[in-house]
Design a protein around this ligand. Structure first.
Ligand SMILES: Cc1cc2nc3c(=O)[nH]c(=O)nc-3n(C[C@H](O)[C@H](O)[C@H](O)COP(=O)(O)OP(=O)(O)OC[C@H]3O[C@@H](n4cnc5c(N)ncnc54)[C@H](O)[C@@H]3O)c2cc1C
Length: 410
């Protein structure tokens, strides 16, 4: 570890990581007029990959519009709101619902907006720059040491930064969490999903609808979801236990199966191919014993993308963390304010994790009776729409907010 450098006055807060959650934390701190510096491992001109988290929920839009007035509208203007949700069982429609188009004239926020995460991050970064957030790029954090007066934060160039608080938004492999020795508990599915971004073909645009297809007949009974975003759509393929990634998750393999689910010309319009495992993992604590370091976003929890819980809950974490810091800087008791943040957001994460587990039990039924119930529901859906509605909702898990949620349903 680097030798300590002479101590300057500590930063009020350092944010580690300039992903969507770290950027939201920085904005939330500026909203409370707190000076903030973000330490980011990547260079300023980095290229971030893929669509990843598309869905910015209404609750997140409301939070972002509060901490950065106008940011909600910017994201809405740059995203799409698909009016139709559709569910297909094999080759039969079992649920379709189209909602009236949201107009800004009607007032209020739409239920969501859908844009690639890289676009969301671009707008968050611009808002941070406008709000006076300071960035140190190319500054990977290698360790943290909380002490009674401040936290020492080490970066790879040997600099030692001092801060009264650290908000760690440094993602799934969080160096801050590792340095604090906080374990993550949970499960990871063996089977994988493949995510593919496809650019829209303006000469043959697909209907603006989110479509979930159970047991797609052209994919050997694998389920697939299509989600529109501004300028294209994302396909999420649920592979079977034992599937070979070479046959499904390479770019060549993806071209082959994409041509079986959408018009074949779209197979030549792939932007990104990736795969992931279903994860339900939550940090054992969201703070350290001194209550000076707070974990937010994927540094503290990993959820599968179904249900759009990752980035949306990370934004809620960030706003709550900034509120805790503001309370303490205004004279509040640190252990109480940060402890309340850590408790409430960990409870929310556990709720999200359980909800993801419920979704997983539906998507990958362990019992034959669950699959039979799905088949029965598909047959009954034309007669009793509630069965079709169940098939539509179940892949995303329960939606009700946990009792302890402090900021919306995530
Ligand atoms: C392949 C993939 C596909 C995904 N697909 C979806 C999807 O379809 N839908 C969905 O909702 N979500 C998806 N996600 C999840 C979504 O991307 C995350 O929820 C979101 O990025 C979490 O944001 P974050 O800011 O917590 O972490 P990140 O986005 O990981 O940001 C962490 C930041 O910290 C920086 N950093 C890391 N280590 C250090 C360090 N030591 N020092 C300083 N900086 C550091 C990183 O460079 C990065 O900028 C996907 C994720 C991946 C990886």
């Amino acid at each position: 570890m680097a030798p300590p450098s002479p101590q300057a006055a500590p930063h009020p807060v350092l944010v580690v990581g300039a992903g969507p959650v770290g950027l939201a934390a920085a904005l939330a701190l500026r909203h409370h007029h707190i000076p903030v510096t973000v330490l980011e491992a990547d260079p300023a001109d980095r290229t971030r990959p893929g669509s990843r988290a598309l869905f910015v929920h209404r609750d997140s839009l409301a939070l972002l519009g509060t901490i950065s007035p106008g940011l909600d509208k910017t994201l809405i203007d740059h995203g799409v709101i698909w009016p139709t949700r559709r569910t297909v069982y094999r080759d039969r429609d079992v649920f379709t619902r189209t909602y009236p188009a949201h107009t800004s004239a009607a007032g209020g926020l739409p239920p969501f907006t859908s844009l690639r995460q890289v676009e969301t991050e671009k707008h968050l970064l611009r808002a941070c720059q406008d709000a006076g957030v300071r960035f140190l790029w190319d500054a990977p954090v290698t360790g943290t040491e909380p002490g009674p007066e401040s936290v020492r934060v080490f970066t790879a160039d040997g600099t030692v930064h001092h801060a009264r608080f650290v908000i760690a938004a440094d993602g799934a492999r969080s160096a801050v969490r590792h340095a604090l020795g906080i374990p993550m508990s949970g499960t990871r599915s063996k089977a994988f999903h493949v995510v593919v971004d496809v650019a829209e073909d303006p000469t043959d645009p697909l209907p603006l609808e989110r479509v979930f297809t159970y047991e797609h007949p052209a994919l050997g009974g694998r389920s697939v979801m299509r989600v529109p975003f501004a300028g294209g759509f994302q396909l999420d393929l649920q592979c079977k236990d034992g599937d070979d990634p070479e046959q499904w998750a390479t770019e060549e393999a993806a071209r082959a199966w994409v041509a079986r689910v959408v018009p074949p010309a779209y197979a030549e319009r792939l932007l990104w191919v990736s795969r992931y495992h279903f994860l339900q993992v939550v940090a054992d604590s969201f703070t350290d014993p001194t209550h000076r370091v707070m974990l937010v976003g994927e540094a503290s929890h990993l959820f599968p993308p179904f249900g759009a819980r990752g980035m949306n809950s990370g934004i809620a974490d960030s706003v709550a963390a900034a509120e805790a810091v503001a309370q303490v800087l205004a004279g509040g008791e640190r252990a109480a304010a940060v402890g309340a943040f850590a408790h409430a957001r960990r409870e929310a994460a556990l709720f999200n994790s359980r909800a993801a587990g419920t979704a997983l039990a539906h998507l990958r039924p362990r019992h034959r009776r669950t699959r039979l119930l799905q088949q029965f529901s598909a047959r009954m859906a034309p007669l009793v729409p509630a069965w079709g509605e169940w098939l539509e909702r179940a892949p995303y898990g329960p939606r009700t907010a946990p009792a302890t949620a402090v900021h919306g349903r995530y």
